[in-house]
Ligand binder design. Sequence first.
Ligand code: ATP
Ligand code: MG
Length: 438
Amino acid sequence: MRVIQDDGGAEPLGQLSPQDWLAAAETQKVLAALMADGAEVRFVGGCVRDSVLKRPIKDIDIATHDTPDTVMALLERAGIKVIPTGIAHGTVTAVVGKAHYEITTLREDVETFGRHARVSFTDDWTADAARRDFTMNAMFADASGRIYDPFNGLADLAAGQVRFVGDPMKRIDEDVLRLLRFFRFYAHYGRPPMDKNALIACRKLAPRLVELSGERVAGELIRLLQAPDPAEAMLVMKAEGVLAHVLPEARELGRLKVLSWLESRGLIRSGIAPDPLRRLGAILHGDEAAIRVVGDRLKLSAAQTGRLVSIAAPKIAVHDGLDHLGARRALRRIGADTFRDLVLVAWADAKSRSGVTHSHETSRWIGLLDWADAWQPVELPVRGADCLELGVPRGPGIGQALGVVDAWWEENDYRPGRAECLERLRQAIKEGGAEAPP
Ligand code: ATP
Ligand code: MG
């Protein structure tokens, strides 16, 4: 990125380095269609911001002077598929092959009430930038990659400053989702210190977060927790009284820093990567019922809620003192994925409490992960039907007898085959299945 000229929205301020997404045939096709009659068209938001940082981009947003009707007509004329995604507020989606482009007519806010703004179309790029949330999200790039930066987003991006466009209090008051977006963008792009005025506004307006739907809160929290190191943002949210309104169950934040470090840098290991749900589970405190309340409130799927429960309210304690037999017992009951989650969380918990990890502890934790990777599900070669055949009446006696055989089979590394297990079952029945299962 090189700086050309220091001027607001009218003149370009810099130049994107060559970008694959911009050079892609799909993008060029959409640009050619939109500009066929001479309209001015610019990329905006995340794709510009992430390109400046040389990070992979997620989605491509385009802003144009043309009204949605004209945009649809231009795209259709070029044979491009169009979906009128949000035509009422000026957005259509162009689809070329697998690529999606959100195209929005320049707008300015006329009036806002809560999350709803009355907007009018405009031809003023700076007015469009002014309704956007943060300076780093209010940058445009034209078809040649020239950057337009009306609110000094480039400088803020370079300094790791997540700064609201305009007065934070007013901008959050207009749309309280921006409060969560502030912490999300801080987790991904920010460096301390956080903007003081923004924090004051967040603290003051946090009670209004209850106005947001569970899905929106979950969407923001999960995206925040995808950052390589989300711990600082979360700790500040806790300290400023923000979490109390969206996630009061987050009482184990101390683990988050180490867990994130293990996942993203500390432990280079296939199958271990930053995982927002694991992180969410790790910071929650409560019994199964309390964790289910979190899942319901955030409108998570049954599988996602189940994962949170398995981490935050585990059925089996995983710790670095587990021997191979104990680990296998746990693996059999909870499966390798949950076992790995619990190893990472317990490791993070231990390290965050003691502050140091000795190498013999590290190798014990890694040993547990090795056992998880090597784990193959096993099935006891005898079952209830065998007990009935051997004369055990229906009832609790069956479970007791099988439990005795199972414990013996487990201690013997699951090696005894069906014949040996049947023999052991006969013996257990003879002894009355009196031994208690483990
Ligand atoms: P991501 O990489 O996560 O997609 P993004 O910056 O593209 O990040 P989006 O949610 O896709 O974020 O929104 C696109 C752009 O729309 C933002 O960059 C910002 O300019 C604007 N925007 C989105 N949500 C808001 C909001 N609640 N208030 C103001 N502007 C917003
Ligand atoms: Mg985006």
